[in-house]
Design a protein around this ligand. Structure first.
Ligand SMILES: NC(=O)c1ccc[n+]([C@@H]2O[C@H](COP(=O)([O-])OP(=O)(O)OC[C@H]3O[C@@H](n4cnc5c(N)ncnc54)[C@H](OP(=O)(O)O)[C@@H]3O)[C@@H](O)[C@H]2O)c1
Length: 253
Protein backbone atom coordinates (compact mmCIF):
# COMPACT_ATOMS: atom_id res chain seq x y z
CA UNK A 1 0.00 0.00 0.00
CA UNK A 2 1.39 3.43 -0.92
CA UNK A 3 1.45 6.28 1.61
CA UNK A 4 0.56 9.25 -0.62
CA UNK A 5 -1.04 11.08 2.33
CA UNK A 6 1.46 10.35 5.11
CA UNK A 7 1.65 13.34 7.47
CA UNK A 8 -1.43 14.99 5.91
CA UNK A 9 -4.76 15.87 7.49
CA UNK A 10 -7.87 15.15 5.42
CA UNK A 11 -11.50 16.17 5.90
CA UNK A 12 -14.38 14.24 4.30
CA UNK A 13 -17.98 15.45 4.24
CA UNK A 14 -20.67 12.84 3.64
CA UNK A 15 -18.39 10.33 5.35
CA UNK A 16 -21.38 8.44 6.80
CA UNK A 17 -22.44 7.71 3.21
CA UNK A 18 -21.28 5.16 0.66
CA UNK A 19 -18.85 7.35 -1.31
CA UNK A 20 -17.57 9.52 1.55
CA UNK A 21 -16.99 6.41 3.68
CA UNK A 22 -14.90 4.81 0.93
CA UNK A 23 -12.91 8.03 0.47
CA UNK A 24 -12.28 8.41 4.23
CA UNK A 25 -11.05 4.80 4.52
CA UNK A 26 -8.82 5.27 1.47
CA UNK A 27 -7.21 8.50 2.78
CA UNK A 28 -6.60 6.83 6.16
CA UNK A 29 -5.26 3.72 4.43
CA UNK A 30 -2.69 5.91 2.69
CA UNK A 31 -1.47 7.61 5.84
CA UNK A 32 -3.72 10.66 6.42
CA UNK A 33 -5.32 11.56 9.73
CA UNK A 34 -8.99 12.00 8.74
CA UNK A 35 -11.75 14.19 10.16
CA UNK A 36 -14.99 12.45 9.16
CA UNK A 37 -18.19 14.46 9.08
CA UNK A 38 -21.89 13.90 8.50
CA UNK A 39 -24.97 14.40 10.66
CA UNK A 40 -25.37 10.86 12.01
CA UNK A 41 -23.16 10.69 15.12
CA UNK A 42 -23.62 6.92 15.56
CA UNK A 43 -22.42 6.14 12.04
CA UNK A 44 -19.52 8.57 12.42
CA UNK A 45 -18.36 6.75 15.58
CA UNK A 46 -18.58 3.37 13.82
CA UNK A 47 -16.52 4.69 10.91
CA UNK A 48 -13.83 6.02 13.25
CA UNK A 49 -13.67 2.61 14.97
CA UNK A 50 -13.37 0.83 11.60
CA UNK A 51 -10.56 3.12 10.45
CA UNK A 52 -8.70 2.73 13.75
CA UNK A 53 -9.17 -1.06 13.66
CA UNK A 54 -7.48 -1.02 10.23
CA UNK A 55 -4.52 0.87 11.71
CA UNK A 56 -5.55 4.37 10.58
CA UNK A 57 -6.17 7.65 12.40
CA UNK A 58 -9.55 9.40 12.40
CA UNK A 59 -11.89 11.50 14.48
CA UNK A 60 -15.51 12.55 14.03
CA UNK A 61 -17.40 15.82 14.00
CA UNK A 62 -21.15 16.02 13.36
CA UNK A 63 -22.13 18.95 11.14
CA UNK A 64 -24.84 20.01 8.70
CA UNK A 65 -22.92 21.43 5.73
CA UNK A 66 -25.82 23.65 4.69
CA UNK A 67 -25.46 25.70 7.90
CA UNK A 68 -22.67 28.30 7.78
CA UNK A 69 -21.65 28.05 11.45
CA UNK A 70 -21.50 24.24 11.30
CA UNK A 71 -19.42 24.23 8.11
CA UNK A 72 -16.96 26.63 9.77
CA UNK A 73 -16.89 24.51 12.95
CA UNK A 74 -16.19 21.34 10.98
CA UNK A 75 -13.04 22.84 9.44
CA UNK A 76 -11.99 24.20 12.84
CA UNK A 77 -12.44 20.67 14.24
CA UNK A 78 -10.03 19.20 11.68
CA UNK A 79 -7.44 21.76 12.73
CA UNK A 80 -7.98 21.31 16.47
CA UNK A 81 -8.19 17.48 16.37
CA UNK A 82 -5.33 16.85 13.96
CA UNK A 83 -3.26 20.02 13.77
CA UNK A 84 -4.12 21.33 10.29
CA UNK A 85 -5.95 20.68 7.04
CA UNK A 86 -4.25 19.69 3.79
CA UNK A 87 -6.84 17.70 1.84
CA UNK A 88 -10.63 17.83 1.62
CA UNK A 89 -13.29 15.83 -0.20
CA UNK A 90 -16.78 17.31 -0.19
CA UNK A 91 -19.04 14.30 -0.79
CA UNK A 92 -22.18 15.22 1.21
CA UNK A 93 -25.22 15.19 -1.05
CA UNK A 94 -28.86 14.22 -1.38
CA UNK A 95 -30.93 13.20 -4.40
CA UNK A 96 -34.29 14.78 -3.59
CA UNK A 97 -37.36 13.79 -5.59
CA UNK A 98 -38.07 12.29 -9.01
CA UNK A 99 -40.97 14.26 -10.48
CA UNK A 100 -41.62 16.32 -13.60
CA UNK A 101 -40.61 19.95 -13.12
CA UNK A 102 -44.18 21.26 -12.95
CA UNK A 103 -44.91 18.87 -10.06
CA UNK A 104 -41.55 19.25 -8.28
CA UNK A 105 -41.97 20.26 -4.63
CA UNK A 106 -40.57 23.74 -3.84
CA UNK A 107 -39.27 22.75 -0.40
CA UNK A 108 -37.45 19.69 -1.75
CA UNK A 109 -35.87 21.88 -4.43
CA UNK A 110 -34.61 24.30 -1.75
CA UNK A 111 -33.28 21.46 0.43
CA UNK A 112 -31.36 19.81 -2.42
CA UNK A 113 -29.77 23.12 -3.41
CA UNK A 114 -28.98 23.90 0.24
CA UNK A 115 -27.06 20.64 0.78
CA UNK A 116 -25.57 19.95 -2.65
CA UNK A 117 -24.67 23.49 -3.74
CA UNK A 118 -24.56 25.76 -0.70
CA UNK A 119 -23.03 22.94 1.34
CA UNK A 120 -20.15 22.63 -1.14
CA UNK A 121 -19.77 26.41 -1.29
CA UNK A 122 -19.60 26.72 2.51
CA UNK A 123 -17.31 23.70 2.90
CA UNK A 124 -14.87 25.01 0.28
CA UNK A 125 -15.01 28.55 1.69
CA UNK A 126 -13.78 27.44 5.11
CA UNK A 127 -11.39 24.78 3.79
CA UNK A 128 -9.72 27.31 1.47
CA UNK A 129 -9.56 29.95 4.21
CA UNK A 130 -7.41 27.62 6.29
CA UNK A 131 -5.37 26.11 3.46
CA UNK A 132 -4.36 29.37 1.78
CA UNK A 133 -2.77 30.67 4.98
CA UNK A 134 -1.10 27.34 5.84
CA UNK A 135 0.86 26.28 2.77
CA UNK A 136 -1.98 25.27 0.41
CA UNK A 137 -3.90 22.07 -0.13
CA UNK A 138 -6.20 20.12 -2.42
CA UNK A 139 -9.99 19.93 -2.56
CA UNK A 140 -12.15 17.47 -4.53
CA UNK A 141 -15.90 18.06 -4.80
CA UNK A 142 -18.17 15.15 -5.63
CA UNK A 143 -20.55 16.30 -8.37
CA UNK A 144 -22.31 13.84 -10.73
CA UNK A 145 -22.33 12.98 -14.41
CA UNK A 146 -26.04 13.90 -14.20
CA UNK A 147 -24.98 17.53 -13.75
CA UNK A 148 -23.06 18.96 -16.66
CA UNK A 149 -22.76 15.74 -18.67
CA UNK A 150 -25.66 13.25 -18.78
CA UNK A 151 -29.46 13.46 -18.62
CA UNK A 152 -32.15 12.31 -16.19
CA UNK A 153 -35.78 13.31 -16.45
CA UNK A 154 -37.50 14.30 -13.22
CA UNK A 155 -34.41 15.20 -11.21
CA UNK A 156 -34.58 19.00 -11.58
CA UNK A 157 -33.00 19.96 -8.28
CA UNK A 158 -30.30 17.27 -8.28
CA UNK A 159 -29.23 17.89 -11.88
CA UNK A 160 -29.19 21.67 -11.41
CA UNK A 161 -27.25 21.42 -8.14
CA UNK A 162 -24.62 19.10 -9.59
CA UNK A 163 -24.15 21.19 -12.76
CA UNK A 164 -23.66 24.15 -10.43
CA UNK A 165 -21.07 22.24 -8.36
CA UNK A 166 -19.18 21.46 -11.55
CA UNK A 167 -19.04 25.15 -12.51
CA UNK A 168 -18.45 26.37 -8.95
CA UNK A 169 -15.43 24.06 -8.89
CA UNK A 170 -13.99 25.75 -11.99
CA UNK A 171 -14.46 29.24 -10.59
CA UNK A 172 -13.11 28.37 -7.16
CA UNK A 173 -10.09 26.69 -8.74
CA UNK A 174 -9.28 29.80 -10.76
CA UNK A 175 -9.79 31.98 -7.67
CA UNK A 176 -7.41 30.00 -5.46
CA UNK A 177 -4.77 28.14 -7.46
CA UNK A 178 -2.43 31.12 -6.96
CA UNK A 179 -2.95 30.63 -3.20
CA UNK A 180 -1.64 27.07 -3.52
CA UNK A 181 -5.10 25.51 -3.21
CA UNK A 182 -5.85 23.10 -6.07
CA UNK A 183 -9.56 22.36 -6.57
CA UNK A 184 -11.21 19.77 -8.84
CA UNK A 185 -14.40 17.73 -9.00
CA UNK A 186 -15.21 14.09 -9.64
CA UNK A 187 -18.45 13.35 -11.48
CA UNK A 188 -19.41 9.74 -10.93
CA UNK A 189 -22.00 7.79 -12.86
CA UNK A 190 -24.20 5.31 -11.00
CA UNK A 191 -22.49 3.69 -8.00
CA UNK A 192 -23.43 0.50 -6.14
CA UNK A 193 -25.45 2.37 -3.48
CA UNK A 194 -29.03 3.18 -2.48
CA UNK A 195 -28.87 6.47 -4.43
CA UNK A 196 -28.65 4.66 -7.78
CA UNK A 197 -31.68 2.45 -7.06
CA UNK A 198 -35.09 3.91 -7.93
CA UNK A 199 -37.99 3.71 -5.47
CA UNK A 200 -39.42 0.19 -5.48
CA UNK A 201 -36.58 -1.20 -7.60
CA UNK A 202 -34.44 -4.15 -6.45
CA UNK A 203 -30.66 -4.13 -6.81
CA UNK A 204 -30.99 -6.84 -9.49
CA UNK A 205 -33.48 -4.69 -11.43
CA UNK A 206 -31.15 -1.69 -11.13
CA UNK A 207 -28.24 -3.75 -12.40
CA UNK A 208 -30.34 -4.93 -15.36
CA UNK A 209 -31.26 -1.31 -16.20
CA UNK A 210 -27.62 -0.22 -15.93
CA UNK A 211 -26.36 -3.09 -18.11
CA UNK A 212 -28.11 -1.45 -21.06
CA UNK A 213 -27.40 2.17 -20.11
CA UNK A 214 -23.70 1.88 -19.33
CA UNK A 215 -21.13 0.85 -21.95
CA UNK A 216 -19.07 -0.85 -19.22
CA UNK A 217 -22.16 -2.88 -18.32
CA UNK A 218 -22.20 -2.32 -14.54
CA UNK A 219 -22.36 0.35 -11.85
CA UNK A 220 -19.17 1.60 -10.19
CA UNK A 221 -17.90 0.32 -6.86
CA UNK A 222 -17.45 3.04 -4.20
CA UNK A 223 -13.72 2.24 -4.22
CA UNK A 224 -13.48 3.06 -7.95
CA UNK A 225 -14.81 6.55 -7.18
CA UNK A 226 -12.54 6.89 -4.14
CA UNK A 227 -9.53 6.01 -6.33
CA UNK A 228 -10.29 8.97 -8.61
CA UNK A 229 -10.77 11.29 -5.62
CA UNK A 230 -7.44 10.20 -4.14
CA UNK A 231 -5.62 10.77 -7.42
CA UNK A 232 -7.05 14.28 -7.74
CA UNK A 233 -6.13 14.93 -4.08
CA UNK A 234 -2.55 13.76 -4.52
CA UNK A 235 0.57 15.34 -6.06
CA UNK A 236 0.23 12.84 -8.95
CA UNK A 237 -2.37 15.23 -10.43
CA UNK A 238 -0.41 18.39 -9.63
CA UNK A 239 -1.12 20.08 -13.00
CA UNK A 240 -4.87 19.31 -12.99
CA UNK A 241 -6.78 22.43 -11.94
CA UNK A 242 -10.49 23.21 -12.00
CA UNK A 243 -11.51 20.08 -13.89
CA UNK A 244 -14.64 18.01 -13.56
CA UNK A 245 -13.30 14.48 -13.89
CA UNK A 246 -16.02 12.12 -15.12
CA UNK A 247 -15.87 8.53 -13.82
CA UNK A 248 -18.90 6.82 -15.32
CA UNK A 249 -18.05 3.63 -17.18
CA UNK A 250 -18.41 5.36 -20.54
CA UNK A 251 -21.96 6.65 -20.04
CA UNK A 252 -21.04 10.07 -21.41
CA UNK A 253 -18.30 8.92 -23.79
N1 LIG B 1 -24.54 6.96 -5.36
C1 LIG B 1 -24.50 7.33 -6.63
O1 LIG B 1 -24.89 6.57 -7.54
C2 LIG B 1 -23.91 8.66 -6.99
C3 LIG B 1 -23.64 8.96 -8.34
C4 LIG B 1 -23.10 10.21 -8.66
C5 LIG B 1 -22.82 11.12 -7.67
N2 LIG B 1 -23.09 10.79 -6.37
C6 LIG B 1 -22.78 11.80 -5.34
O2 LIG B 1 -21.85 11.23 -4.44
C7 LIG B 1 -22.05 11.81 -3.15
C8 LIG B 1 -22.22 10.72 -2.13
O3 LIG B 1 -23.30 9.88 -2.51
P1 LIG B 1 -23.60 8.53 -1.72
O4 LIG B 1 -24.11 7.53 -2.69
O5 LIG B 1 -22.44 8.20 -0.85
O6 LIG B 1 -24.84 9.00 -0.85
P2 LIG B 1 -25.26 8.55 0.63
O7 LIG B 1 -24.76 7.17 0.92
O8 LIG B 1 -26.73 8.82 0.70
O9 LIG B 1 -24.48 9.58 1.54
C9 LIG B 1 -24.83 10.94 1.57
C10 LIG B 1 -23.99 11.62 2.61
O10 LIG B 1 -24.33 13.02 2.63
C11 LIG B 1 -24.51 13.38 3.98
N3 LIG B 1 -25.44 14.51 4.11
C12 LIG B 1 -26.68 14.63 3.59
N4 LIG B 1 -27.22 15.82 3.95
C13 LIG B 1 -26.28 16.43 4.72
C14 LIG B 1 -26.23 17.70 5.38
N5 LIG B 1 -27.24 18.57 5.33
N6 LIG B 1 -25.09 18.01 6.06
C15 LIG B 1 -24.07 17.14 6.13
N7 LIG B 1 -24.06 15.96 5.53
C16 LIG B 1 -25.15 15.60 4.82
C17 LIG B 1 -25.05 12.15 4.68
O11 LIG B 1 -24.76 12.25 6.05
P3 LIG B 1 -25.80 11.96 7.23
O12 LIG B 1 -26.72 10.89 6.73
O13 LIG B 1 -24.92 11.54 8.36
O14 LIG B 1 -26.45 13.27 7.45
C18 LIG B 1 -24.21 11.08 4.02
O15 LIG B 1 -22.96 10.98 4.65
C19 LIG B 1 -23.28 12.72 -3.26
O16 LIG B 1 -22.86 14.05 -3.42
C20 LIG B 1 -23.96 12.20 -4.51
O17 LIG B 1 -24.74 13.19 -5.12
C21 LIG B 1 -23.60 9.59 -6.00
Amino acid sequence: MSERFAGKVALVTGATGVVGGAVARAYAGEGAAVLVTGRDGGRLSELVKDIEAAGGRASAFAADVSRPAEAAAMVAAAVSHHGGLDVACNAAGIFGALAPLADYDDDVFDEVLAVNLKGVFLSMKHEVAHMRSHGGGTIVNVASNLGAHWRLQGASAYVASKAAVSHLTRTAARDHIADGVRINAVSPGPIDSPMSTRPGETVAQRDERMRDALPIGRVATPDEIAAAVLWLSSPESSYVVGQDHVVDGGATA
